[in-house]
Write a protein that binds this ligand. Sequence first.
Ligand code: HEM
Length: 378
Amino acid sequence: SDAVPFQGAVQAGIVTPAQDRLHFVAFDVLTKDRAQLVQLLKDWTDAANRMTAGKDAGSIGATQGILEAPPDDTGEAIGLPASGLTLTIGFGPTLFRDATGKDRFGLAARKPAALADLPHFPGDLIDPAISGGDICVQACANDPQVAVHAIRNLARIGMGVVSVRWSQLGFGRTSSTSTSQATPRNLFGFKDGTANLKAEETDLLKQNLWVQPGDGPDWMTGGAYVVTRKIRMMIETWDRTSLGEQEDIIGRTKGEGAALGQAKEFDEIDLVSKNGEGDPVIPVDAHVRLAHPDTNKGAHLLRRGYNFVDGSDGLGRLNAGLFFIAYQRDPRTHFVPIQTNLARLDAMNEYVRHVSSGLFACPPGVTGPDDFWGRALF
Ligand code: HEM
């Protein structure tokens, strides 16, 4: 079947070959009662177990309950298969200590140092209303209706305990996370994910993705930190840029996706060689040079982003871009230095604006019938 197992040592939806569709949600916790929050995490785990197997969110189902009560599933996924649905949870810094400094659930002592708020980067235009959140859930599936159904039912189950802070739909994965996948393209028309960290690169995953024993509090061992950035892309300006300039900005060719100076997509990038005029073949301000591990003390990110088009902006332009998602062992050594580099120097900056930001600690996987999302934290 096309169901991805929900349970496992690590959460599904991270190295799982990236599905085509996304619904990402961030919740604020409304309740002040720790027991009520824990009960919700148990109820969510139960629903996630069911929905990822292609079943209704509740055990009675969308149409089999009594006529006097609302059904325990909303019904729009009736007849649809699991569609590769994965549900991945993360806990934001504010769950441990809210904006006023309050430790609502007695978790402050368990907050990992790696979950430190991201700094402001040059050029950031972050809108707080679509940023942050106490808890996130990433739903990925090959059918948008299945992804939306899952998030909708989690929100329904959480009514009164949590409220939706923001959510984002995405289409067209912009990364491959397995060597078994072809590299897709982003809205600049370039292959995206060529040099991504892949599920098969076990040693690199250990060094760069999964939190290792001793990295911080034990409850995160086997987990990963996720950074989300909604990045508006000025595609109308991009579309008036010459092909040569586009390729110089990325540092790869548009057709094949080869690093400049190379022939094939997966040929190794050469950051050293110079051309006839004595300039580096990969320009000094090219995106792939600045984001490359060699420029960032060996840091690799696992990127798992999606394209978005949220209508138009009222000024005759599409409100389009990349909902960037990256998983890593520690944002302080991975996303932060890479983005610092990019924000200062990337030739792409003329065409992109970061408008939202999120950071969440994604615990290890759920491993048995009594286990639930975040059990080791509580
Ligand atoms: C590589 C596009 C934002 C990190 C690439 C590539 C493209 C691309 C086309 C080359 C193909 C590949 O190896 O995947 C974009 C676009 C962005 C964006 C359109 C914004 C709208 C970011 C951000 C980061 C990032 C915010 C991290 C802070 C990387 C990394 C690589 C990469 C690590 C691989 C570099 C290498 O090792 O060669 N990106 N990117 N990108 N990007 Fe981005």
